[in-house]
Design a protein around this ligand. Structure first.
Ligand code: AP5
Ligand code: MG
Length: 209
């Protein structure tokens, strides 16, 4: 199954995608993770993307479409995948039509007010991508999975989060109507505990399998 996770920053796309991908044995394709890796490696794409990401702006569509086209051509995508964070604009969604056949789009819904506290408390492992919230870490500062030292993402600073939310509402939310119009959209209440959100997603995917 080819799946899109749509939703505002901090909705839990990455958290849930990791779990669902493990269960379904398909890859998680997070364009944010791919761009952060490119920045760490100092590639040309990374150099172009960095200033946009630090400011909470979207990286230009053509860069993202090239990244996704290359990634979806890899053999591990043959049995399905989750696109986490792509598409994020209508032109990206239109470009995707020429690259892939999408089965279902899950929209993780969370109110803006909740998002600010989720993201200000997020800690991530740069080594393996593990994602945590300070409220659940009990003072631990290293990754449960690989032992890496946890950090705060630069774009999780409060003023950047506000900007990311604005960008989401202006540029990405129109995709809700776009996929609704194609009969592919399924809403998920993302404002519940991790297990309840996961259960909703698996139920929807089960119905599509
Ligand atoms: P990206 O990395 O995709 O960031 P994002 O969309 O802003 O999403 P996040 O990763 O912040 O949130 P998430 O939904 O994955 O939430 P998470 O599971 O971590 O993109 C970063 C940047 O890259 C963009 O701003 C842009 O510049 C660029 N970019 C990427 N893709 C692009 C594209 N297609 N086009 C153009 N530019 C692009 O959870 C968040 C926190 O909440 C965690 O602390 C977690 O523990 C906690 N949490 C999760 N679920 C729950 C729950 N149910 N209850 C309580 N807490 C929870
Ligand atoms: Mg994410």
């Amino acid at each position: 199954m080819n799946i899109i996770f749509l939703g505002p920053p901090g909705a839990g796309k990455g958290t849930q995608a990791v779990r669902v991908c493990e269960a379904l044995k398909i890859p998680q394709i997070s364009t944010g993770d791919i761009l952060r890796a490119a920045i760490r490696e100092g590639t040309e794409t990374g150099l172009k993307a960095k200033s946009y990401m630090d400011a909470g702006q979207l990286v230009p569509d053509e860069i993202l479409v090239d990244i996704v086209r290359d990634r979806l051509a890899q053999s591990d995508c043959a049995n399905g995948y989750i696109l986490d964070g792509f598409p994020r604009t209508v032109p990206q969604a239109e470009a995707l039509e020429g690259i892939a056949r999408i089965d279902v789009v899950l929209e993780l819904q969370v109110e803006d007010e909740k998002i600010v506290s989720r993201l200000s408390g997020r800690r991530v492992c740069p080594a393996c991508g593990g994602t945590y919230h300070v409220s659940l870490l009990g003072g631990r500062t290293s990754c449960e999975k690989c032992g890496g030292e946890l950090i705060q993402r630069k774009d999780d600073a409060p003023e950047t989060v506000q900007n990311r939310l604005k960008v989401y509402h202006e540029q990405t939310q129109p995709l809700v109507d776009y996929y609704q119009g194609k009969g592919k959209l399924k809403a998920v209440d993302g404002d519940l505990g991790l297990d309840k959100v996961y259960a909703q997603i698996m139920e929807i995917l089960g119905a599509h399998a």
